[in-house]
Design a protein around this ligand. Structure first.
Ligand code: MTE
Ligand code: MO
Length: 309
């Protein structure tokens, strides 16, 4: 099993104050990166315009600095250490791109790179993100509700689940063997979970398009579930009748279930889920049921969340 134990945290506890990037220096830095990106022929972060504020924001919790959000990542296709994706995804080609939405739908759709940013009006949503490895961050995502996309394709009455597939290219990414997981990375949600207003398709963070290591050009964000449900760099969304296979469940069925709701009362077989370390903070904080998003509880009425972990 490759997901690391909480004790393996490194960047999180040591990130010193000077490394924290404020909004202004981040924007200045990205202009330089943009010029370099143009020379290198790879897409770099671009400012996202017309982003409206959303009511779906955490309260008074501090937003995690960009430096930590972009240098402490899980993206196994680009390496199994937290620092790997920032280095190894730098030249990842995200344009041209194709996202296909298909399966049990009346109107299948295909989006190219630029169309991804016009699927629905963009909103900023500041969400908690809780990794199964007991660390957490607060991210100012930019995106649109997954429900807005699903409504456009018109799911048929047979559609009960949504299957997500990440991009995979062995020329740009690690082999399955080196990554230690089956690739392409796949994830899934029940249709009613996918339709919940909190389920987000993210195309940016901190005012700009997504950095490659965070799942450019488009990724899923399901804030009440452990971070691994939020598949990156999506190329396919398929509406299906049966519960789809998911990468970490295939890898370790006793450790990672299909639902993967954040639940402080159900420990991982190898560690407690009761507490978490917020990147950049010294003391652990209590993990909240559904990661604090209690409004999703009604999706699971009558279900035993110990069995359906
Ligand atoms: N394709 C793909 N998506 C992925 C992963 C991955 O390895 N590959 N890791 C998951 C895990 S374990 C987490 S915690 C989040 C991390 O997202 P972040 O790096 O943007 O914080 O992405 C998820 N999505
Ligand atoms: Mo994770």
């Amino acid at each position: 099993m490759l997901i690391r134990k909480p004790a393996d945290l490194r960047y999180s506890d040591v990130t010193p104050q000077p490394l924290y990037v404020n909004r202004r220096s981040f924007l200045a830095g990205s202009v330089a990166l943009g010029a370099f990106g143009a020379l290198a022929g790879t897409a770099r972060s671009a400012k996202l315009e017309d982003v409206k504020k959303s009511p779906y924001n955490v309260g008074d919790e501090k937003v995690t600095p960009l430096e930590a959000i972009t240098h402490y990542n899980n993206y196994y296709e680009f390496g199994t250490d937290k620092e790997d994706p920032a280095k190894n995804a730098q030249n990842f080609r995200t344009s041209p791109w194709t996202l296909k939405v298909e399966g049990e739908v009346a109107k299948p759709m295909t989006f190219d790179h630029d169309a991804l940013f016009k699927i629905a009006p963009l909103e900023e949503r500041i969400y908690r993100h809780r990794c199964v490895e007991a660390w957490s961050i607060v991210v100012p995502w930019i995106g649109f509700p997954l429900s807005a996309l699903l409504k456009q394709v018109e799911p048929t009455s047979k559609a009960k689940y949504v299957a997500f597939e990440s991009y995979y290219d062995s020329k740009q990414m690690l082999s399955e063997r080196a990554a230690g997981i089956q690739l392409p990375y796949v994830e899934g949600l029940r249709l009613d979970e996918a339709m919940h207003p909190l389920a987000l398709m993210a195309v940016g963070l901190y005012d700009e398009t997504l950095p490659n290591q965070d799942g450019a050009p488009i990724r899923l964000v399901v804030p009440w579930k452990y971070g691994f449900k939020s598949a990156k760099s999506l190329v396919k969304i398929r509406l299906v009748a049966k519960q789809p296979p998911t990468t970490w469940n295939i890898s370790g069925p006793n450790e990672y279930g299909f639902y993967s709701n954040v639940n402080p009362q159900v420990d991982h077989p190898r560690w407690s889920q009761a507490k978490e370390r917020r990147l950049g903070e010294l003391f652990k904080r209590n993990t909240l049921m559904f990661n604090g998003y209690s409004e999703v509880a009604s999706l699971y009425t009558g279900m035993d969340l110990r069995k359906n972990f």
